[in-house]
Design a protein around this ligand. Sequence first.
Ligand SMILES: Cc1cc2nc3c(=O)[nH]c(=O)nc-3n(C[C@H](O)[C@H](O)[C@H](O)COP(=O)(O)OP(=O)(O)OC[C@H]3O[C@@H](n4cnc5c(N)ncnc54)[C@H](O)[C@@H]3O)c2cc1C
Length: 343
Amino acid sequence: MKPITIIGGGLAGLTLGLLLRRRKVPVKLYEAGSYPRHRVCGEYLSGRALSIIDSLGLRNHLESSGAAESQDVVVARGASALPRHQLPRPALCISRYAFDRLLAEELSRAGGMIETRTRAPTEAGEGIVLATGRQPSAIQAGWRWFGLKAHARGVRLDAGLEMHFSPHGYVGLCRIEKQQVNVCGLFRSRNPVPDLATSWKKWLGGEPSSLLHQRLQQAEWEESSFTSMAALSLTPRKSADQIGLRVGDALTMIPPVTGNGMSMAIEGASLAAGPILEWSSGQRNWATATGKVSRLLDQTFASRLRHASWLQHAMLEPFPQSVAWTLCRMFPGFPSVLFRLTR
Ligand SMILES: Cc1cc2nc3c(=O)[nH]c(=O)nc-3n(C[C@H](O)[C@H](O)[C@H](O)COP(=O)(O)OP(=O)(O)OC[C@H]3O[C@@H](n4cnc5c(N)ncnc54)[C@H](O)[C@@H]3O)c2cc1C
């Protein structure tokens, strides 16, 4: 079997490594950081990836690490909230601190070689998969997008997931392991925001009159879990237009409001594994394996990326936000429709 090199040890790279090791492909993975580590992420895992997690036999491990099942959602805007809504399928909520570490341990156990604290060159080539995370973009249509995440205790929630919208962005709250709540927000600003390391609680804490502010009033923040990420690019990208075999955010980022990026990283790894195995065992050359992966990824993700772009716009522009809010009020099943369309 020919060996594969994976650059980037987030969910996409680690899942791909594990799937390939289970089929005896030699795997070497380079990760710039080390495990465990916090990531900017809403830590709400929902969608088709859950069946891949099951097929890898990882659900029990996640549950014994404290992953919380989330069934319902409350959507709020300022001080008002819509009634609690049951979502079509439950999600699993677990910190990336625990999740990525668990996958890295599983990959090592399966015989994968992981080199941490090593930033590898990101040039495409035969036998190389780029799983390096988002492709940064400083400004998009005049906006600077940034994400903030921290864990807190002492936060009471009315549903497994709460989404709080404001004119600057939104904050999601979900229960994760060890009685903690993940507080994660996506924001936009016309100007640079240089003081995030000191002002993050203000951004995440919401306007003083909001329900979000009320929720977080008693929060005991886990200061060491704070992370931020700037230069987010939310424009969908097609695999066919890019160089090299890419999975996860290195391929394209789905707007985080969908809570589907982790699933896409895991699904993308699963779609790529078959053609890579065929290359490794000599049944295909690299160019045809890459072409097949590219087609599978573009076909699988096109529709949800299209709907997600529309949803992202509707959630953040004032007029579409009011329309979406009214639709949710009038048709209680509307959030479930959006949920289905972005998965
Ligand atoms: C604000 C926000 C909230 C989100 N909330 C959710 C949510 O609730 N649910 C959900 O499903 N998704 C969510 N997402 C999306 C989700 O976090 C990503 O889609 C997911 O992390 C993608 O995984 P990945 O493995 O592709 O990339 P990453 O997790 O970013 O991993 C990439 C890895 O590559 C490493 N790396 C990069 N360059 C190199 C190099 N040259 N050499 C070696 N290593 C390298 C990095 O250190 C990193 O560990 C959210 C995203 C944001 C920004």
